[in-house]
Design a protein. Structure first.
Length: 482
């Protein structure tokens, strides 16, 4: 029974991981977390007695009374979302362990030393490191390792930086994806010595980051979705920068009317300077004339930018900063997806000849996408508008409808429309089946124990008096019945 329950708990954890596949945070310290976890332990923990958070409006602290219910939050720029818990009758500050709150550039919390073929070796295999650096912060470590051509950077104990680069993808994943090498996220929450609002690992734990985060420019060759961070992320960008990112759109998505690329601004803060982020496209891989899509300034998060890929093979993002005060920058998600199917309505109109004609209303001029470039100035605080397609000046929008066998849209080009919903329902179904099996096993075990006890009681019952109906005669050597 104990082994069965262990399997049951393990399957529940796997189900929870599948349901919470999407990240809920794009900032390094979880300042953008808006989830509903209301206890300090990880929901993937095998514990059953979670420590609940205190309702924010019951803390007696006015600055927190407006926060929702008792959900973990990071409204004061701590190293991670947190809440108050009640211990020994007093309110105590405590960080929350939220596995789903992890920016894409962050790989996780790991042990400093791992076992490889039963041999202990350091997690980070680079020969360059910064030990006990009084200026240590995430951006400094990323830049240190990136300049030395490493792909990953690790921070430890708030003040040390280590670098790593694995020869093959399989070797890298065997290290970073192995559960025995990971540690709970709560082990990596010691703040950086030169940056109190971000964590730089722990005393015996290393926070590992992808060094592409915070690069001043990069090329995305075979990636249909990703995240682009401003230079020197998660800190402030520098003055007088010119950085460019290129996204190569490969087949079957390039120059296709069936697909579009969507840019979602997760975070955006360029202040009131002339610092500008622009998006352009081209229909040719070599010497293509760029077409302007949009320009963005200010500190209000812009609406999503949707670019049809009808005549697009490359997308360029360029960021230019001036000599004035630098700000915190931006975080932008992008993904290639199918264009939503355009449906038409058919009306039945009787004529004077008593005939029925089916006519399709022509598209209205007001519904056609704009063909002028978009330059967005976001200095004024305005409510965020719904996503509006930003069509380049010489792009043509296809008027053909999608074939019947193509899905309308989806988070990935070859994924179904409601992929996340399907995963959720599959997870729930698996949990229900597992619970049913557990109930059957518990009931069966109880019946077996009851039957065993009844059998043991019968075996220990004292024997009744024995009356033999047959008598023996020693003299006659005969046997007579009574």
């Amino acid at each position: 029974m104990r082994s069965t329950m262990n399997i049951f708990v393990f399957l529940l954890i796997i189900t929870a991981i599948c349901v919470q596949a999407e990240t809920e945070c794009y900032t390094a310290n979880g300042a953008d977390y808006e989830g509903v976890q209301s206890h300090i332990e990880s929901p993937l923990s095998i514990r059953t007695n979670f420590t609940p958070c205190v309702m924010w409006n019951e803390t007696g602290i006015s600055m927190f009374e407006g926060l929702p219910e008792n959900y973990c939050r990071n409204s004061n720029n701590s190293v991670f979302p947190w809440c108050f818990v009640r211990q020994e009758g007093q309110l105590q500050f405590h960080l929350c362990d939220i596995p789903s709150c992890k920016t894409p550039a962050y790989r996780g919390c790991y042990r400093p030393n791992i076992l490889n073929n039963s041999v202990s070796q350091p997690l980070m295999n680079g020969r360059h490191a910064l030990i006990g650096d009084p200026r240590m912060k995430i951006a400094r470590c990323l830049n240190f390792c990136r300049r030395r051509d490493y792909t990953y950077a690790g921070l430890k104990n708030g003040h040390s930086c280590f670098c790593s680069k694995w020869a093959t993808l399989d070797e890298r994943e065997s290290v970073l994806d192995a559960d025995q090498n990971r540690l709970p996220e709560s082990n990596c929450k010691k703040h950086c010595i030169n940056d109190p609002i971000h964590a730089c690992g722990g005393e015996n734990a290393i926070s590992v980051y992808d060094t592409r985060a915070g690069m001043c420019g990069n090329k995305y060759m075979n990636e249909n979705h990703g995240t682009i961070y401003s230079p020197r992320w998660p800190g402030r960008y520098a003055h007088n920068l010119t950085c460019s990112w290129t996204i190569f759109i490969l087949q079957p998505y390039a120059n296709s009317p069936d697909y579009q690329i969507v840019f979602s601004f997760v975070y955006f803060d360029l202040g009131r300077s002339n610092d500008t982020l622009t998006i352009d496209t081209t229909s040719r891989l070599i010497a293509g004339q760029p077409n302007h899509v949009g320009g963005f300034r200010g500190s209000v998060i812009p609406s999503d930018v949707i670019v049809p890929l009808t005549r697009v093979k490359m997308v360029f993002l360029q960021f230019v900063s001036d000599h004035e005060k630098a700000r915190n920058g931006f975080t932008i998600k992008y993904k290639v997806q199918r264009v939503p199917r355009i449906t038409t309505t058919t009306e039945t109109i009787p004529t004077t000849a008593s005939r029925v004609a089916d006519t399709t209303a022509p598209p209205s001029a007001s519904t056609s996408p704009s063909t002028s470039p978009v330059d967005v100035e976001t200095n004024h605080a305005e409510p965020t508008k719904p996503a509006v397609p930003a069509t380049p000046s010489n792009h043509t929008t296809s008027s053909e409808t999608q074939p019947a066998n193509l899905p309308a849209d989806g988070p990935e080009p070859k994924a179904t429309k409601d992929h996340s919903v399907v995963i959720l329902f599959i997870g729930i179904a698996i949990a229900v089946v597992i619970l049913s099996m557990a109930v059957v096993l518990v009931v069966t075990g109880a019946l077996k124990r009851r039957h065993r006890k009844a059998k043991e009681a019968k075996a220990n019952r004292p024997p009744v008096e024995f009356n033999n109906p047959v008598s023996f005669s020693n003299e006659s050597k005969t046997v007579t019945g009574v």
